[in-house]
Ligand binder design. Structure first.
Ligand code: SF4
Length: 385
């Protein structure tokens, strides 16, 4: 008797080309490796949101950007726009370019290397290899310059710069014990990514994350033929969020970091960044605008605050996240974002500083890692716990 192959679940992770049919229209997710965008690219995305979608950009917990409410046929126009903007270098690798890099790396204190070249080189290595287009859309790489901000975000493959100058390879969110000089780090991360791809394929291609794969990190190390030379060390845990407000840079200039409530950045707010330098989208749903002189930083801070963004580290908005809810998700039992905003306005947040995640059902999409109080909609109201 012939044994049929295991039935593979389709990889439903949305991309820029493979959109997701949400209740409020099609949803496209644009990968932004390292969170690095030119302001011109952000403005192109804002224009697309205005003309093709619901008028806002959604920042995701992987530092990517989503457009919602796309109408029938908008995907072709969006793909053309993204290609022209340099945001779709390899259509085949559209969904796998999930790369987080330390916030303001190379510009502010805390790291021992500049992770920006790592992110660019790792991304280029991904889409230069046709076999890596087979990675699942949930693949994640974390490139941490040593400040410990993204190492705890659960990457399948990651780099963590050590004070010694060497770099630790992390696999499935934990230190593998493998160390390499910084100059060899990206090549090692790419080799580990290929080993994960090969091991996953050998085991039927059903695991979405390295942590779900039988053998996991050990199987990758075996394929790499890299014995773990050092005792693995604990990596930093998930952080609550990066800094917000005016952040001093090493070169004397200033970065302005603004958190975006629920990650929804209106196209008109994005327009406020016209003419400014490059920026970084962070996994804490904020945007970091670097390389400003103090006067420009003050002006930008005021403009973004007036537009509803959060620049005060004590602002309670920094403690509240929410899933999509109604009207974007048909599974939701409530408009959780509106309800959470109303609770904030009423001062109903707990005073103990706890973070809250509001969700329209038990799936709790978008729940941050770490200590979080869940506020889940039921048919009888919200359950907190
Ligand atoms: S948690 Fe439930 S309601 Fe919220 S986005 Fe996910 S599936 Fe939809």
């Amino acid at each position: 008797m012939t044994v049929p192959p295991p039935r593979l679940r389709a990889d439903a992770c949305p991309g820029a080309l493979q959109t997701h049919a949400a209740a409020d229209g099609a949803l496209a997710r644009v990968r932004v490796p390292g969170g690095a965008l030119t302001t011109a690219q952000l403005l192109d995305l804002a224009a697309a949101a205005r003309e093709l979608g619901d008028g806002a950009l959604e920042l995701t917990s992987r530092g990517n950007v989503q457009l919602r409410g796309l109408g029938p046929g908008a995907d072709t126009e969006l793909a053309d726009l993204l290609s022209s903007a340099g945001l779709l270098p390899s259509p085949a690798h559209d969904r796998v370019r999930n790369v987080l890099a330390s916030m303001l790396s190379g510009r502010t204190t805390g790291g021992s290397v500049d992770a920006r070249p790592w992110a660019a080189a790792f991304d280029a290595g991904l889409w230069a290899d046709p076999s890596l287009a087979d990675l699942p859309g949930r693949f994640l790489a974390t490139l941490d310059d040593g400040r410990g901000d993204v190492a705890g975000l659960g990457g399948d493959v990651g780099l963590f710069a050590l004070p010694s100058g060497d770099v630790a390879l992390s696999l499935a969110g934990a230190d593998s014990g493998v160390r390499v000089p910084a100059r060899d780090a990206v090549a090692l991360a790419l080799a580990a990514t290929r080993a994960y791809r090969d091991e996953r394929a050998a085991r039927g291609g059903t695991a979405w994350r390295l942590a779900e794969l039988a053998g996991g990190a050990d199987a990758v190390l075996t394929r790499l033929e890299r014995p773990a030379g050092s005792s693995p060390r604990p990596l930093p845990g998930p952080v609550d969020g990066g800094p917000v407000g005016a952040v001093p840079q090493l070169d004397g200039r200033t970065a302005v970091v603004a958190a975006v409530p629920f990650g929804r950045l209106g196209a008109t707010t994005a327009d406020l960044l016209t003419g400014l330098p490059d920026l970084q989208v962070t996994p804490w749903r904020s945007i970091a605008v670097p390389d400003l002189d103090p006067a420009a930083a003050t002006v930008l801070t005021g403009a973004l605050r007036d537009a509803g963004l959060v620049l005060d580290p004590a602002d309670p908005w920094l403690r509240v996240t929410a899933c999509t809810g109604l009207p974007g998700c048909a599974k939701s039992r409530a408009d959780v974002r509106a309800d959470a905003a109303a609770a904030l306005a009423a001062g109903a947040l707990p005073a103990d500083g706890a973070r809250q995640h509001w969700a329209g059902c038990e799936r709790r999409c978008g729940r941050p890692r770490g200590e979080v109080v869940d506020v889940v909609a039921t048919l009888d109201g919200y359950v907190v716990g």
